[in-house]
Design a protein around this ligand. Sequence first.
Ligand code: NAD
Length: 389
Amino acid sequence: MSNSFDSRASRRDFLRALSLGAGATLAGSTGLAQPLSWLANDLAAERKLGVALVGLGNYSTGQLAPALQQTRFCQLAGIVTGSPAKAAQWQKQYRLPAGNCYDYKTFDRIADNPAIDIVYVVLPNALHAEYVVRAAQAGKHVICEKPMATSVADARRMIAAMEKAGRKLSIGYRLHFEPHNQAMMRLGQAQTYGAIRHLAADNGFKFDSGSTPWRVDKKLSGGGPLMDMGIYCLQGCLYTKGQVPVAVTASFTPETGTGYFKEVEAGVNWQLRFADGSVADCRTTYADNMPGRLRADATGGWLELAPAFGYGGLAGRTSKNDGLLNLPNINQQAAQLDDFAQCVLLNKPTRVPGEMGLRDVQLLQAIYRAAETGQPVSTKDVVQLIDRR
Ligand code: NAD
């Protein structure tokens, strides 16, 4: 793409101005956000941003590290792990310099490593807060996996630490960068099939001896399937309706007799109520494999994703057979990572900031309170934030 910046030096000056904050103003005031992507290309050509994965479990190993081989604006540059064997294996497999590999004690030294721009926290839920705060203190931008935290206080502490550091924080909400879910946001929010009167969402899997034990250990997980799988149903209903609910009711589903669910729920059914009287009925469980579904019934038709929330194989239909949900499946994690890298490069806000993570922690806690008390719980005071399309 041609541009008026005819020397690398003047381009670099302009980019420096962007990184100091002028970019947001310029992009916002001129509507230049899209054309400015050449700037990100330009910066990426000089050096892709370096990402360090903290916690090399299933998601880092199976999804994030492979996705970071496909990204344009960032790359896997470092790791943080408690296992020397894993460190050696990852160094070899991904050609990582030994100096970019940390354990949980040496992690804070990442502050002195200019090859790491972004720290991606992929630990059990209750450990997110500590590592996000430490990454902030190290002066790094951060992506934190979902759910952001196991308490509202932790989520607020994480946001405050990132603000103090002047660095960007996003939550690992990959579906905001996925075409089928983006279409649900667009079509739902634009009321393409009329006003949405009812939503339904479910998501779950059968927890068994092969599942990671911390998921049923409350001090590490903060809760059961609601924290892990139900959060997708919650998110889906909010971004399709385009509103934050005003109240919730909920009930736990019975223990299944497996012995796994001593500390966390086996399942939850809950209902979100929106200000216009419409409702969303949601279900999540660790007792059954559910393919994951997100459906909206509106005054003039319906739209549905099934499967809705997986890493691939998503499919959608509408009542009008108009093909608007016949969309490609993509590498969601690569899209999410590249979007955040561009936010950093161009000093743009992320669509999935810490405040959205806080909103969801507030709503998850409200659902637990409603299930525990059997009473409706008001959610009028939660963060009012929607990914507007
Ligand atoms: P996992 O159990 O496979 O990996 C967790 C890693 O943390 C392991 O490498 C483990 O060794 C390490 N760890 C460090 N300290 C630990 C401790 N005290 N106890 C237990 N493990 C410890 O889990 P995962 O499935 O990779 O999930 C990690 C995070 O990623 C969770 O927050 C989860 O919700 C999230 N996740 C997100 C998605 C998504 O699609 N966005 C998918 C899977 C997991």
